[in-house]
Design a protein around this ligand. Structure first.
Ligand code: GDP
Ligand code: MN
Length: 445
């Protein structure tokens, strides 16, 4: 399992985008870079899972969901559709791309199919496609699985109605809230932006949990009465119970549907799990799909490094998240942009330094590397030796390296590096390190 992993700048752009509705809690436009890092760091220690996995979890807590079966080939898709017909008498199905990003409908990743030929066709169109949605970035994500789901928008006694509902932690009050709106469906981001008064919040007291009157208030505010009101109360209660029990960091159900026969169910499910609580949920930890994650981040996690890829040109390797943030700020002040966040941890040694180097060097945008280690528990000369060893082992490192070692045995460390004969610049003061960054970036122009 991975360590705490902060989600920062460019990756956070995507992750931030992931839950745009969260923006109202983090109106960070005027904040300094460092404070933003802190917010993002504390905000995104979460593991994403697929819609079908999220729905299975919800269902196990008694939350009604749009039923479906996962398929990896068009033939499996047809079999799934047959089974849904047998079990649920569902004539039509929806073929839904399973990727870790929302907005799939807009990108052509959710399609209705009215017969087996259409199921086969849609499934073969979607499986293997590079799906681009407002949340994937222009390169999109490759689809390897689809969920064949029952069509729940069937006609009946009353109109269907789509709602929005999420459960998350409001960090300003330290309490969970249920956010909900009558304006569910694909454009909730626009609702949040243009008509925020249409989004309601219900705060939950952690001592007593979600109360019956609160669930009834939510159903009432959503304009429901009779059977659908009752079913919504049940839905909300089960949803909150699930959120609490699995240590989720976010549930976002959009849409929650009222069917034409007045049932309430989850059509979509974005379920994010709190990484720091995964040790309590071994079964859920297994749901991780590393194919959906940045491969370098996955590799870093395996070496116990806290790494987040960013878009800049200066790679950095630091011990401690606080020093990492300060380092990223000085990189910016020196005229560069951080290419990554990398915290090698408080017990950095030659091995971790080497692993860090290898990961940073995979990024072709890196024009310089700044190593900034504070030797508290770890001795600077050991780290210096690690840098030298790694340098010699990796061989011809094509970019200049600036090493700033401060703390225990800093002078010995500087001497080791200066005498190693390698193309490594050493600095003791942060200011010197920043000036060296500026210097090497200018020389590289
Ligand atoms: P998202 O686009 O990634 O958020 O994926 P959703 O699961 O929310 O699906 C997108 C849209 O597809 C929904 O807002 C619905 O309008 C539509 N949709 C989903 N399930 C069904 C279904 O069973 N029948 C029909 N007709 N439309 C559906
Ligand atoms: Mn959705």
């Amino acid at each position: 399992m991975r360590h705490e992993r902060p989600g920062l700048v460019s990756t956070n752009q995507e992750r931030f985008h992931h839950n745009p509705i969260k923006e109202q809690f983090y109106p960070g436009n005027n904040l300094t870079l460092t404070i933003k890092y802190v917010i993002f760091t504390s905000n995104f220690l979460s593991m994403n899972i697929h819609e079908y996995q999220g729905k299975e979890i919800l269902k196990s807590f008694g939350v009604r969901v749009q039923e479906g079966i996962v398929a990896e080939t068009p033939e499996q898709a047809v079999d799934a559709a047959k089974k849904l017909k047998e079990d649920l008498n569902s004539d039509w199905v929806v073929v839904k791309a399973q990727i870790h990003a929302g907005g799939r409908g807009k990108g052509g990743g959710v399609k209705l199919a009215k017969n087996h030929d259409e199921v086969r066709q849609r499934a073969s169109d979607i499986i293997g496609m590079q799906l681009v949605t407002p949340q994937t970035g222009p390169e999109g994500k490759k689809v390897s699985k689809v969920l064949i789901a029952q069509d729940v928008y069937y006609p009946g006694e009353s109109e269907t109605k789509e709602f929005y509902m999420s459960v998350l932690l409001d960090r300003t009050t330290g309490r969970n809230i249920i956010m909900y709106s009558t304006e569910g469906g694909m454009d909730i981001e626009e609702v949040a932006e243009k008509t925020p008064h249409l989004i309601f919040k219900e705060e939950i007291d952690p001592k007593v949990g979600l109360q019956g009157f609160q669930a009834r208030k939510i159903a009432f505010n959503l304009g429901l009465s009779g059977a659908s009101h009752k079913d919504m109360v049940k839905f909300v209660s089960a949803l909150y119970k699930a959120y609490d029990a699995i240590d989720a960091s976010l549930f976002e159900i959009n849409p929650v549907l009222k069917t034409s026969d007045d049932k309430i169910l989850a059509v979509d499910a974005k379920v994010d799990l709190d990484e720091n609580a995964l040790y309590r949920h071994k079964d859920l930890a297994e749901l991780r799909d590393t194919a959906e994650e940045d491969p370098t981040e996955v590799e870093a996690g395996e070496s116990n490094l806290n790494y987040v890829k960013l878009d800049g040109n200066v790679g950095c390797m630091v011990n401690g998240a606080g020093l990492a943030m300060a380092t990223m700020d000085i990189i910016k002040l020196a005229g560069g942009e951080p290419a990554n966040f990398l915290d090698v941890g408080g017990t950095a040694n030659a091995e971790t330094v080497k692993a860090g180097f290898n990961i940073i060097l995979k990024d072709p945008n890196v024009k310089a590397i700044l190593i900034n280690i504070f030797g508290g528990i770890v001795r600077c000369d050991r780290v210096a030796q690690g840098v030298i060893d790694a340098y010699q082992e990796i061989g011809n490192i094509p970019v200049p390296i600036i090493v700033r070692l401060q703390g225990t045995n800093a002078a010995e460390a500087k001497e080791l590096i200066d005498q190693s004969g390698l193309q490594v610049y050493s600095a003791i003061l942060l200011k010197e390190a920043a000036e060296l960054v500026t210097k090497v970036l200018n020389e590289g122009k």
